[in-house]
Ligand binder design. Structure first.
Ligand SMILES: Cc1cc2nc3c(=O)[nH]c(=O)nc-3n(C[C@H](O)[C@H](O)[C@H](O)COP(=O)(O)O)c2cc1C
Length: 184
């Protein structure tokens, strides 16, 4: 039996930012670990496909003042009846802290509630330090429930944030890292 870890990355994206972030996260995981990382647009799959993975990374942007990105919005009702018991899930969100400071990353928070309610274990909480906003449903106990990315206002921090978050996920998911080969 193969003991290769499988990770499902599922994203919903209206203008391509969350899609881009999903690809960067997957590329970083593939470069650093032996895990098989599969990437899907939630708009292209049946919602039940999420259950094919025990380790998941879900990406969502916030739209229309605090609402789920449209592909996730269409699936939220289905998510509410799926059983995520035994699933470990890391979330990342895309938002705009200057344009929408009162609802920054709300969709990531809404998705977190739904998944926890359905039995999922969430990992990958992220500090709020370095962001400037006034309200967010994605903040719990002073931290974001997942990685908060802001391509509109803090694009230049994206790669460093993803890199640090992936390091966190490798430990939390318990992934095996590639052997470092030293040449003399
Ligand atoms: C009409 C509109 C409404 C938005 N509402 C929010 C919001 O409430 N909160 C937030 O953090 N970002 C909001 N955003 C910003 C988007 O989430 C952000 O641009 C994101 O990067 C889009 O990612 P996507 O292309 O993957 O969908 C909004 C953007 C637009 C154009």
């Amino acid at each position: 039996m193969s003991n290769i870890e499988r990770i499902g990355v599922f994203f919903g994206s209206s203008t391509g930012n969350t899609k881009d972030a999903a690809r960067r996260i997957a590329a970083r995981l593939r470069a650093r670990t032996t895990a098989q990382v599969d990437v899907f647009n939630v708009g292209d799959i049946k919602t039940q496909a999420l259950l094919c993975y025990d380790k998941l990374i879900l990406g969502i942007s916030t739209w229309n003042i605090g609402e789920l990105q449209s592909d996730w919005y269409d699936r939220e009702r289905e998510l509410r009846v799926l059983d995520f018991t035994g699933k470990t899930i890391a979330l990342f969100g895309l938002g705009d802290q200057q344009g929408y400071p009162d609802t920054f990353q709300d969709a990531m928070g809404i998705l977190a509630w739904t998944l926890r309610d359905r039995g999922a274990t969430l990992i990958g909480a992220w500090p709020t330090k370095g962001y400037d906003f006034t309200g967010s449903l994605a903040v719990e106990d002073g931290q974001f429930v997942g990685l908060a990315l802001d391509y509109d206002c803090q694009w230049t921090q994206t790669n460093d944030r993803i890199s640090a978050w992936v390091t966190q996920l490798i430990a939390s998911f318990g992934l095996q890292q590639h052997m470092v080969q030293e040449c003399s």
